[in-house]
Design a protein. Structure first.
Length: 365
């Protein structure tokens, strides 16, 4: 569940793509928070951390009990900083050793805090050195400790992964720009040593025991590319496509190219199933939150791609496609800034689109 990657165009501009998979639909909202919006984070019994938005912020969010407490799942600010929250089952710690009067940031608010306050990955890293952060239970998930890790990119291509495990907070520089789910990020990097043979060059001719053989089709270069939807395989596959997909000239062309790349990680319902008895705590709490746990549980559960985002960090453009949509909806931070001086929120499901009706277009020619 969840794949995140970066692409660059021929000029070096940076674009981010991500998917989100769950077996249920959370009450996702699309939110625009203009500069000056007041935000707050509360961790346990500690003093609240209160702050204002220095930047315009756009994101996909989930309300934590009310529309006044929004948790950012995916977002972008007008400085070109991008944040993604992805599932990470190994989340643990750190222990709470801070004084009660110390303003502590809840880990689930990392997205809102970063996008509101910082413009670069370097600024985020420096701020994290000073800001206490705790992973505490989340009401929106029925009191479950949020099992997530977090990726941050900026428009220079700088990228980090933030993880909480073994009672410690870890901030990894991410030279690949790719992240999926468990295991830990450093494990995924080490695992890439097992795939040094990967290439996008088709080798379609061979001679065995004096006999020539020819593969008549294209695409054999990917024969050893991991194909399952596990986090381990998706990480390798995402690195492959981020590395080998054709670099395009221009922003519109690169967004289209990124859309094709992200199609490689788009999971339809039923592609794989597992027993509902093996549902994770996150899945169970998500079902409770949405009311989808009422009644007898289904025998099997299937995870699918709830939505995909394509983000142009330089232009401040976000493209969103939901499971029930055949096309992308586009949001432009500059346009939103001109049109909205107060926070704006709409349900994500409002973006569902049917196929474009082209009958009239044809009849007009």
């Amino acid at each position: 569940m969840c794949t995140s990657l970066l692409l660059k165009d021929l000029s070096g501009s940076v674009y981010a793509g991500r998917t989100l998979e769950l077996p249920v639909e959370l009450p996702y909202l699309v939110a625009f928070l203009p500069k000056g919006t007041k935000l707050s984070s509360k961790a346990g019994d500690h003093a609240s951390l209160n702050y204002d938005c220095k930047y315009d912020v756009f994101g996909i969010v989930v309300p934590n009990g009310s529309a006044d407490d929004l948790k950012v799942v995916e977002g972008l600010n007008d400085a070109g900083l991008n944040f993604s929250l992805l599932a990470f089952s190994e989340t643990h710690g750190p222990d709470d050793t801070f004084a009660a009067d110390v303003p502590v940031l809840s880990a689930i608010d990392l997205g809102a805090w970063m996008l509101a306050r910082f413009s670069t990955v370097a600024e985020v890293k420096a701020a994290l050195e000073e800001q206490p952060v705790l992973v505490d239970p989340l009401a929106a998930l029925g009191g479950v400790v949020p099992p997530f890790h977090y990726t941050v990119h900026d428009k220079t291509g700088a990228s980090i992964v933030i993880e909480f495990f073994d009672g410690e907070r870890q901030v990894f520089d991410n030279p690949t720009g790719v992240m999926t789910n468990s295991p830990r990020f450093d494990w995924h990097l080490t695992n890439l040593n097992n795939y040094t043979h990967l290439s996008n060059v088709d080798h379609s001719n061979a001679t065995f025991l004096g006999q020539d053989f020819i593969q008549p089709d294209s695409g054999i270069a990917t024969v050893t590319l991991p194909s399952s939807d596990t986090a381990v395989d998706r990480f390798v596959r995402a690195v492959y496509y981020a590395n080998f997909s054709e670099k395009t000239d221009g922003q519109d062309a690169t967004i289209r190219q990124l859309g094709h790349v992200m199609n490689k990680f788009d999971r339809p319902k039923g592609a794989s199933v597992y027993s509902s008895a093996k549902a994770s705590a996150l899945t169970k709490s998500a079902g409770d939150l949405t009311g989808q746990s009422a009644g007898a549980p289904p025998e099997f559960i299937t995870e699918y791609t709830s939505w995909i985002t394509l983000i142009d960090l330089e232009r401040g453009a976000v493209f969103i496609r939901t499971y029930n949509s055949l096309g992308y909806a586009k949001f432009d931070l500059a346009t939103l800034k001109e049109q909205a001086s107060t926070p704006k929120i709409i349900p994500l499901e409002a973006l569902g689109q049917h196929a474009f009706d082209a009958d009239g277009l044809m009849a007009a020619h």
